[in-house]
Ligand binder design. Sequence first.
Ligand SMILES: [Zn+2]
Length: 267
Amino acid sequence: MHAHPDDESSTTGGVLRTYADQGVRTVLVTCTDGALGDAPDGTTPEAQHHDRAWVAGHRAEELARAAAILGIARVEMLGYPDSGMEGWSQNDEAGSFWSTPVADAAARLVPILLEERPQVVVTYDEIGFYGHPDHIQAHRVTRAALEASGLASSLFYPAIPSSAFKRFREVLREADVEGPGGDDDDEGRGPPGTPDEKIDVVIDVSGAVDAKFDALAAHASQTESSFFLKMGRDRFRQFFGTEWFVRAIDPLGRSGMDHDLFAGWRD
Ligand SMILES: [Zn+2]
């Protein structure tokens, strides 16, 4: 359950492809149209001539290509207008995903959940992984829909352990690429990422790391804003062979470290 076209690749591209390779059926729900991303010619959403409808159409095509690379069996776009980054005026525009009542959007997700009956659901944590309003809303909508569906699915949040975040920044610095904002102890919030001891699942996705890079590259219109692509394939391989998760809802009562989101479901 993702917010924008490209989040499926950047956040969960490794597990999507890894599980598809194992014959697991994977389903992607993308909540927004991504219309406040960059246009294919690099036009940013702040520009006067930025055409939201055109950007949305183009990003849907990019998403279809990325989904094929990741082996995703079914893609559903809820099509809510992108709400933009935190503090943008578009956050509160009528119809934006952020301004949509959680129960309304959840009611659209419930039938998909009931059709698919997933053992495992993945979405962002309550701060939306990094604070983007659409990611926070995706979290709220997923939790509400899971509850309304009555399904006993495992729910996981993707996370980056603080130690890995630090390494990631070093790799970006080496590559002279500007990374995600904020330094250590930024605004007194402590080091970015999730404390290492809070990580519950560590997954080796090294066999899928090239597919993850290719899926990100399929979102070519976002290259300008993508530090992933700018770091280059070799550095990307060094870093993105692992994906990390936190258990959020755990009907199986797992404890300790797992290396598989389906641990307990397959036995
Ligand atoms: Zn996003």
